[in-house]
Write a protein that binds this ligand. Structure first.
Ligand code: ADP
Ligand code: CIR
Length: 358
């Protein structure tokens, strides 16, 4: 395939950003970076215009940039490196990622009495090397991913064993209930839509879960896999231990089929969104913090504690009844254990603040 996206057009296709937009794309897509990347194309045919489409269509994006394949991160490095450094607390192009999945190292329980934390969830993303990323994946590769992953999941045993439900054959009522209960991804996310990640929906998408719905795997949404461990209460150690076993079991089966997770020393596990590279891990609680959440400095406190607040239905949703989703913000350059510990420690601080506020 040609290494040119087309004849150089200079700045003719440079996007317009609203004054109100605060995305990392707007901040880091300098004219110089744009000109460097404008004519480049990855081996699977992904261009800069594909990578930035979501942030251009959705001016309220926090980030606004997606990769269509592993190579997007190097081919469009002038933009991706800057966004990654900004989002992941100064992570440099020369830095190396680290990993530690040892649950026994975690210290403390956010809310031992169970007065504030409703539930805890830890998820990671995983993609299979060479099969593309959702914004650029081919229909054939997406089908291959579903086949490989479902075959791996069907071999899981003990508390990890469960059933795969394809999105295409699920009733609308069942789908809605799974979304409302926080188990399933939502449909038609406009950020993913613009990124090209919703093509051929709902084909090859689905969800696997065990009987208790404490171990779940999303297939072919934003990433090929989202591996999730969750339960009521705040026992992060138990949840992390189950997640760790689950990831290893899935990886072993994927390897037995002759494939491997997309990973490199610098970016850790490769994801379609640059915010997820590294561990791909988001460890979150749903926690009742009506006073802290309503405080004018809430966002500042979260930033200081390296936490990201989300609403009650996940990213781009609002809080309801003073319940917030709080999770580690960074995912790259720190180990899984460090990031879960960041969440535990930060949530403890905010619960103490909630108790102190009158
Ligand atoms: P992701 O976590 O994969 O980045 P979202 O932010 O959209 O994606 O969250 C996905 C779903 O997981 C949402 O329904 C959200 O409410 C739910 N969720 C997140 N954290 C928790 C938690 N601690 N307990 C219960 N549900 C949660
Ligand atoms: C956005 O830019 O808002 C969406 N594309 C999602 C960004 C990833 N999520 C995050 O942690 N802010």
């Amino acid at each position: 395939r040609s290494q040119l996206a087309g004849p150089a057009a200079g700045l003719a296709g440079y996007p317009k950003f609203d004054e109100s937009s605060h995305s990392l794309l707007k901040k880091h897509l300098t004219k110089d970076a744009y000109l460097q990347c404008e004519t480049r194309v990855t081996p699977s045919g992904f261009t800069l215009q594909h990578a930035i489409q979501s942030g251009v269509d959705n001016q309220d994006s926090g980030v606004g940039l997606y990769a269509g394949d592993e190579e997007s991160y190097t081919v469009f490095a002038p933009v991706f490196d800057a966004v990654i450094e900004d989002y992941h607390n100064g992570y440099k192009p020369t830095d190396r990622h680290v990993s530690d999945m040892d649950a026994s190292k975690l210290r403390g329980v956010p809310d031992p009495e169970g007065d504030y934390v409703i539930s805890t969830r830890i998820r990671v993303g995983r993609n299979i090397k060479g099969l593309g990323l959702s914004p650029g994946i081919s229909r054939a590769n997406r089908r291959k991913v579903e086949e490989l992953v479902v075959e791996a999941l069907n071999q899981l045993e003990g508390d990890l064993a469960g059933t795969y439900y394809s999105l295409g054959s699920m009733s609308e009522a069942d789908r809605k209930q799974l979304v409302a209960d926080h188990f399933l991804f939502k449909k038609g996310d406009r950020f993913l839509q613009s990124a090209g990640a919703n093509r051929d929906w709902p084909e090859s998408r689905g969800i696997f879960h065990n009987n208790e719905k404490t171990f779940l795997v999303w297939v072919n949404e934003e990433d090929q896999m989202r591996i999730i461990s969750m339960q009521k209460g705040s026992d992060a150690k138990e949840i992390f231990e189950r997640l760790s076993r689950g990831i290893s079991a899935v990886e072993e089966k994927i390897k037995a089929a002759g494939f491997e997770f997309a990973h490199n020393e610098h970016l850790g596990f490769i994801h379609s969104c640059p915010t997820n590279c590294g561990t791909g891990m988001r460890a979150s609680v749903h926690v009742k913090l009506p006073k802290v959440g309503a405080h004018p400095d809430f966002k500042k406190w979260c930033e200081k504690l390296r936490l990201q607040p989300r609403g009650i239905h996940g990213e781009h949703s609002e809080s309801d009844g003073g319940v917030y989703d709080l999770s580690n913000k960074e995912r790259l350059g720190k180990s899984e254990v460090e990031l879960v510990q960041t969440m535990i420690d930060g949530v403890q601080v905010l619960i103490a603040a909630e108790k102190a506020l009158v």
